[in-house]
Design a protein around this ligand. Structure first.
Ligand code: ADP
Ligand code: GLC
Length: 468
């Protein structure tokens, strides 16, 4: 069975968030299953990976985007270094940039990516068994292969759409239809939602099945999905929630080269302490106090706007009996407010930016990981922290609900219900209680490290879905 995963991100080539982690791991684990050949197609970026690896040109052609003729090249990484075939679509001017997102013309970029990759497949007579589309960036593929005469040779190929984040739907005005490959005009309704082209809605309508990255999140979409609630209710018969796994080869505290002190569950307590001491020393924190950490994008869906108040309130209420460390970026107001507190409080440390190495060190050093997410389709941070013996303190939502059970019901994490400052600080107070109870932290470190979040089970579920 040949499966092509279509995505704008893939770790370690280009990562903005969890989408990259999933697309960099799932195909690798699927390839361990007999008879499966999973590959990844993504845009070309000017990232170190593309210069550190050898690529071969497997296709060179042209597409028309409205009045513009665009060159499309497909480059394949020669040695399958990631454990799967990696194909990168290069379109000079659109898909040869430094980063996946943040450009004014993203609708043109993603349309060209989808059209370019389908054009390559048709021209080279590639007919996969499954096209697996990830998020709205590739959400029009199921529509295009059925309704664009140009891609007739792909008609009937089975498509799966995975929703990693329903907050982003890629809406664009109908003017953009002029920049799409020509399609049967009377089928326009399959792309429309409320008078706009909505790629995510189209993916739900046109794919043979669609998935969310946890069951908890799928349930939530029925009542809160940025306007697509009725659509998901209507199409629920082909909806499946499949929880993400984590790449236990990359995220292995025993071998992780990014850690100062590696550990197994046997020596975790002592080694985590050493990691924590080193990190605290570097950031001027107090190693004898519990360390709470937050890692992530400063977005409202992550509850990042609550962080500044959480910092001062928790430090004040505990009379300075805890440390907090935050790694992230993405919102100037939040960044500035946190910078101010970084200056004010010796118990608080801030590192702005995207730092893969530091994130690993924090997962290994912290006692607690905070995730006050308003929306969390799956969440990988809590799973990484658990694998590194750090107790997750999470809002009870989406994938967090499915992966973190509260200590009060026999779990090894802490839940809170409302994404507000008081509830978060209350949960932190509960965590302090745990920290100060003799033997309890040790038990939780071991319990968390022993959870099984490996990809194998979920990879099998996707294959079963493909087969069905
Ligand atoms: P999302 O994809 O919504 O941002 P996830 O929990 O699925 O959330 O995945 C986030 C991923 O990005 C994790 O691998 C996390 O460690 C990483 N990450 C987020 N922010 C940063 C940062 N500032 N520096 C390093 N890694 C980060
Ligand atoms: C999205 C979601 C996150 C999820 C990730 C990978 O970025 O916000 O919750 O873990 O995709 O599926």
């Amino acid at each position: 069975m040949v499966v092509y995963h279509l995505s704008t991100e893939c770790y370690p080539v280009a990562k903005v968030g969890g989408l990259a982690d999933v697309v960099g791991a799932l195909p690798k684990y699927q390839n361990k299953i007999k008879g499966v050949d999973a590959r990844v197609v993504m845009p070309w970026y000017n990232k170190p990976f593309v210069y550190d690896h050898e690529f071969e040109l497997v296709f060179d052609g042209f597409i028309h985007q409205g009045p513009n003729m665009l060159q499309v090249q497909v480059l394949k990484e020669k040695n399958d270094a990631l454990g799967f075939g990696l194909y990168m679509v290069k379109i000079p001017g659109l898909l040869d940039r430094d980063n996946p997102y943040g450009y004014q013309d993203e609708s043109f970029q993603f349309l060209a990516f989808q059209q370019g990759l389908l054009h390559w497949m048709c021209a080279m007579e590639i007919r996969p068994d499954i096209l697996h589309c990830h998020d709205y960036h590739t959400g029009l593929v199921p529509f295009m292969i059925e309704n664009c005469p140009e891609f007739i040779s792909l008609k009937g190929v089975k498509t799966i759409g995975t929703i990693h984040n329903g907050e982003y739907q890629g809406m664009m005005s109908w003017d953009m239809a002029n920049y799409m490959p020509s399609f049967d005009r009377y089928k326009w309704g399959l792309m429309d939602w409320n008078g706009l082209i909505n790629p995510l809605a189209s993916m739900i309508k046109c794919s043979h099945a669609f998935t969310t990255v946890s069951e908890g999140y799928l349930e939530e979409l029925f009542i809160s999905f940025r306007g697509l609630e009725s659509l998901v209710r209507q199409e629920f018969g082909k909806a499946y929630g499949i929880i993400n796994g984590i790449d236990t080869e990359v995220w292995n505290p025993e071998t992780d080269p990014m850690l100062d002190f590696n550990f197994t569950s046997k020596n975790a307590v002592a080694q985590k302490k050493k990691n924590k001491e080193k990190l605290c020393k570097e950031y001027g924190l107090k190693p004898e106090l519990p360390l709470f950490a937050f890692i992530g994008r400063f977005a409202t869906e992550k509850g990042a706007d609550l962080l500044p108040d959480v910092v001062w309130k928790s430090i004040k209420q505990s009379y300075g009996a805890l440390n907090i460390m935050i790694l992230g970026s993405g919102n100037t107001y939040i960044e500035n407010k946190l910078k101010e507190y970084d200056y004010t409080y010796t118990n608080f440390a801030l590192d702005l930016g995207y730092k893969e190495h530091l994130s690993h060190k924090i997962y290994a050093s912290a006692d607690f990981l905070l995730m006050p997410s308003r929306v969390e389709p799956c969440g990988l941070n809590q799973m990484y922290s658990m694998r590194y013996g750090t107790v997750p303190v999470v809002r009870y939502t989406g994938g967090l609900k499915d992966t973190v059970e509260d200590i009060s019901t026999g779990g090894a994490g802490l839940n809170f219900t409302y994404p507000g400052v008081d509830d978060i600080v209350h949960a932190m107070n509960r965590a302090l209680g745990v920290y100060n109870q003799k033997g309890m932290m040790e038990n939780l470190i071991h319990a968390n490290m022993n959870f099984d979040f490996a990809w194998e089970k979920s990879a099998e579920k996707y294959i079963a879905l493909y087969n069905s």
